[in-house]
Design a protein around this ligand. Structure first.
Ligand code: ATP
Length: 363
């Protein structure tokens, strides 16, 4: 059980040398701040995601790295070279970056082969032809070189966009919500494929997404943005199990927040009392306990402290709402092999090792 009383100490530049680096970068549009004093380092070959709600500054950050926006403050470096600062500017085409956009941005009048070859202008004909063939093979598009974009499915178009961005062998690939136009099954398959291809190519990848499942399933590390600043940086597991703030806890995964009190090293709440690992100097405090549904289990028990008030069948699992006698409710997710009917009285158990505690704002 953890008490989060501030952002955990993490090095925003990572532990190893950063390949892509933002140092104290800010970007304003008129008076609105899109990105504010952002410092983050992404290691060579890392798959990194910027995760956050609409308008938090994800795309602007990506555009600052690509050179499609100039920072108002701070510096951007790639491969140890400053590419944007108060007195330096390296144009986008000289940054060694490939970009895949949400709408793929393919040239409609060019075939698949011509689209992929677009960035290979400096190469000899034979070399370009062999690179295009290699990429079409890699992305599962062999045989489709002569088709036009309108003759392809959404998934195939996304693969062409990926192949085109990889053609000039960029050291950094930026992905701006590239899977959001695809249906669920295809999205899952293409995420896995894309990760395999990018890891195989050794590319440093930065993905922008508002979808936490996508960020978690693909990334080595995730940066959660809010209001243009970094709210938390860590591995997917750290962000899920140890959210640094109430905002991250709420944004990432489903969670219930239950009022409680810390007193004499113990947390008391509706669903039980638990010893707090490190309560030194806390005294008495009003807190909120964050409980994830996967950490809540229950068994039918006529003398139990809660009642099942809702059971939502999700396929492999069932999401239950359990209401305590004082009216408070929490959720529990359980395998769907056995369904406990609504109205059942149950005894609830919460895995205390995963509970995270936040001080109440006004406490
Ligand atoms: P979304 O997920 O909706 O794409 P985002 O997290 O990528 O959002 P940004 O597109 O980076 O967010 O925008 C951050 C903030 O900057 C928003 O308030 C947006 O309205 C503003 N903004 C972005 N681009 C411009 C622009 N060219 N002119 C004015 N304001 C802009």
């Amino acid at each position: 059980m953890f008490l989060m009383s501030g952002t955990p100490a993490v090095c925003p530049l990572g532990n190893g040398p950063a390949y892509v680096r933002l140092d104290n970068v800010s970007k304003f549009f008129s008076s609105a701040r899109a990105v504010f004093q952002l410092t983050v380092g992404i290691g060579k070959g890392e798959f990194f995601s910027l995760l956050g709600p609409s308008g938090c500054g994800k795309t602007t950050t990506l555009r600052l790295i690509a050179g499609l926006e100039r920072p108002d403050q701070g510096a951007v470096s790639i491969g140890g070279e400053v590419v944007a600062s108060a007195d330096t500017w390296v144009s986008p085409e000289k940054r060694g970056i490939g970009i895949v956009f949400q709408d793929y941005a393919l040239f409609p009048h060019m075939t698949v082969g011509q689209n992929v070859a677009f960035g290979l202008k400096g190469c000899g004909r034979a070399q370009a032809k062999s690179r295009v063939e290699e990429l079409l093979e890699l992305t599962g598009l062999a045989g489709l070189a002569g088709r036009y974009p309108h003759e392809l499915s959404g998934g195939q178009r996304q693969r062409v966009a990926l192949a085109r961005s990889l053609a000039p062998r960029p050291s950094v690939i930026l992905l701006d919500e590239p899977f959001s136009n695809l249906d669920a099954d295809l999205r899952e398959e293409l995420r896995r494929e894309t990760k395999r291809i990018l890891k195989e190519q050794g590319a440093t990848t930065i993905l922008v997404t508002h979808d936490q499942e996508e960020a978690f399933s693909l990334s080595d590390r995730v940066g959660v943005l809010q209001g243009g600043t970094l709210e938390q940086l860590g591995s997917p597991a750290e962000i899920y199990h140890r959210p640094a703030s109430r905002f991250v806890a709420d944004f990432v995964g489903k969670a219930d927040f239950i009022d409680g009190t810390v007193e004499d090293g113990t947390v008391r709440s509706t669903f039980g009392s638990f010893p707090l690992d490190d309560s030194a100097g806390i005294g008495t405090k009003q807190v909120e306990l964050m409980v994830r549904p996967d950490d809540v289990s229950f068994v039918p028990d006529a003398a139990g402290q809660a009642t099942v008030t809702e059971a939502r069948f999700l396929g492999a699992s069932v999401l239950y709402q359990l209401q305590f006698t004082d009216g408070r409710a929490i959720h529990s997710i359980r395998p769907s092999a056995e369904v406990t009917p609504v109205g059942s009285r149950v005894s609830v158990k919460v895995d205390a090792s995963h509970i995270v505690i936040f001080p109440k704002d006004n406490a």
